[in-house]
Design a protein around this ligand. Structure first.
Ligand SMILES: Cc1cc2nc3c(=O)[nH]c(=O)nc-3n(C[C@H](O)[C@H](O)[C@@H](O)COP(=O)(O)OP(=O)(O)OC[C@H]3O[C@@H](n4cnc5c(N)ncnc54)[C@H](O)[C@@H]3O)c2cc1C
Ligand code: FES
Ligand code: FES
Length: 469
């Protein structure tokens, strides 16, 4: 049995971990009787369970809103957690709470604790993009206008709650204690530790952000043994810039990646803004998104079109493969027992890269289709083409027949129309609850046409305009 330590609403908690897959939500509600954190969906969708988790990164506090329902207790080791009960001082409410009352921003109240935590976290991070901030907080009664009104009103004269400094100081103390202790077996701090663990547990399960594994426990009710939490390996959580490429550690969260590539890869960054919600992106890792081999994961088709490679580590032995070679067939990846994804390498810049996510809802929805394009044109002739799709096959897959047709052809509307016919040689998509096969085939062709129009810089508008009322 192993011990973890973290700070809960200002108090240090030291726990013997009986089960590695106890969620923070269950523990808060059942053990600590802190029932302000609500259980809505228990699968990361509704945000009723949102808590504020603070971690020290290079001595700086990093505040994140996270879904407690798919957060396992060991993931909190060395961090601080604030629930709704721990936000206000003994004598007064937080300004955001006062404004939620004045603006009538709550009706049944079930979503309200999660919303207050999300808004406070945003305030601590000086983030005012309320559409993004609240995309993972579902309110079925109030409507979002009074909630956003409250958030805007609370911006004025907002004060940093006194406990922020106190928590940071306590975190520093915990970090010092942690360094002096031996690295915990199921919480490796270095790649070497992880290699050892994987060598000993070739059938073990790695947990990055648990936005997938969490649901195996809460929805499939699986009893998982041999688990290793890899989110604290700092060597695998960094993005390094080399001459022509970016090296992204597999434990980098989707939100960190999204923010880091806003300038170099604005299209990819925008695609990641549509990935789940703030809470999901704060937890999910790029390595986990690739490793689960999902045919509808968003980062894989983008990385394939960008020409990315992944570096795999088996007990210290590395091999690097083009990312498309990782996906063999549904549920089967090019990965040996005990092997893990250490990092992803992608070009620093690709001018002609575009990616499009098609889903039923704008936010917090899985792609029906995700089309990614990267075509190089020289003197009006296509000299290279990388096109990849999610949602069109049982794995994220390149459109090889379309690419072959395009390479060597002229960059023209006629070429694009003819190339569209090749999609049938590449894909035979299924019909499911997200889209029919017919719809998927049609959208794939239309996305290539959209890409052509956008790259040709004609006046035609390819986006639905936002209408201000
Ligand atoms: C509400 C919600 C919304 C979502 N929305 C989207 C979305 O819009 N787009 C999208 O693409 N996905 C979405 N997802 C899916 C999910 O975020 C990813 O598929 C997820 O796996 C991301 O990584 P993780 O770190 O959370 O993975 P985990 O759950 O920790 O792990 C997933 C799998 O990868 C393995 N693994 C993790 N890291 C490594 C590694 N370094 N090496 C080898 N194996 C590893 C694990 O063992 C496990 O098998 C959503 C999920 C939820 C709950
Ligand atoms: S209970 Fe719905 S996101 Fe956690
Ligand atoms: S107030 Fe009822 S769900 Fe938001």
């Amino acid at each position: 049995m192993q011990k973890i330590a973290f700070i809960l609403n200002g108090e240090e908690v030291s726990l013997e971990v009986l089960s590695s897959t106890t969620t923070l939500l269950d523990w808060l509600r059942e053990e600590k009787k802190l029932t302000g954190t609500k259980e809505g969906c228990n699968e990361g969708d509704c945000g009723a369970c949102t808590v504020l988790v603070t971690d020290l990164k290079k001595g700086q506090a990093e505040h994140k809103a996270l879904n407690a329902c798919i957060l396992f207790l060991p993931q909190l080791d060395g961090k601080s957690v604030r629930t709704i009960e721990g936000l206000a001082s003994k004598t007064s409410d937080l300004r955001i709470q006062e404004e939620m009352i004045s603006n009538h921003s709550s009706q049944c109240g079930f979503c309200t604790p999660g919303i207050v935590v999300s808004l406070l976290t945003a305030q601590l991070n000086k983030d005012k993009n309320y559409d993004d901030i609240l995309a993972g907080n579902l309110c079925r009664c109030t409507g979002y206008t009074p909630i956003i009104d409250a958030a805007i009103a609370a911006e004025k004269n907002a004060e940093m709650p006194g406990w922020v400094k106190v928590d940071n100081n306590k975190l520093k103390k915990i970090a010092i204690n942690k360094k002096s202790k031996q690295s915990k077996l199921f919480l490796p701090q270095t790649i070497k530790d992880l290699e050892k663990w994987c060598n000993k547990n070739p059938d073990g399960i790695l947990v990055g952000g648990a936005t997938d594994v969490g649901l195996w426990v809460t929805k499939k009710l699986m009893d998982l043994k041999q688990i290793c939490f890899i989110g604290q390996i700092s060597e695998m959580s960094q993005i390094k810039t080399a001459n022509q490429s970016l090296n992204i550690g597999a434990c980098t969260t989707i939100e960190t990646l999204r923010n880091s590539i806003k300038i170099s890869h604005p299209e990819f960054s925008e695609l990641l803004r549509r990935y789940g919600s703030t809470q999901v992106r704060n937890a999910a890792t790029i390595g986990g998104n690739i490793a689960n081999g999902s045919p509808i994961g968003d980062s894989s088709p983008a990385l394939i079109a960008l020409g990315a490679t992944i570096s795999l580590n088996l007990n210290g032995k590395h091999r690097t493969i083009p990312i498309e070679e990782f996906f063999i067939k549904y549920g089967l990846q090019n990965k040996q027992k005990g092997e893990f994804i250490e990092s992803i390498n992608m070009p620093r810049k690709e001018e002609n890269f575009r990616c499009y996510k098609i889903s039923k809802r704008f936010d917090q929805d899985i792609s029906a289709i995700c089309g990614c394009f990267n075509i190089t044109i020289k003197k009006e002739t296509i000299i290279n083409a990388r096109i990849a799709f999610g949602g069109m096959a049982e794995i994220p897959k390149r459109a090889i027949a379309v690419e072959d047709f395009l390479i060597g052809s002229s960059w023209s509307e006629e070429t694009i129309s003819k190339a569209c016919l090749e999609f049938e040689n590449d894909f035979n998509p299924i019909s499911d609850m997200r889209a029919s096969s017919k719809y998927r085939n049609l959208v794939a062709k239309n996305l290539l046409k959209k890409y052509f129009i956008e790259l040709s810089k004609t006046e035609k508008n390819t986006n639905v305009l936002r209408v201000e009322i």
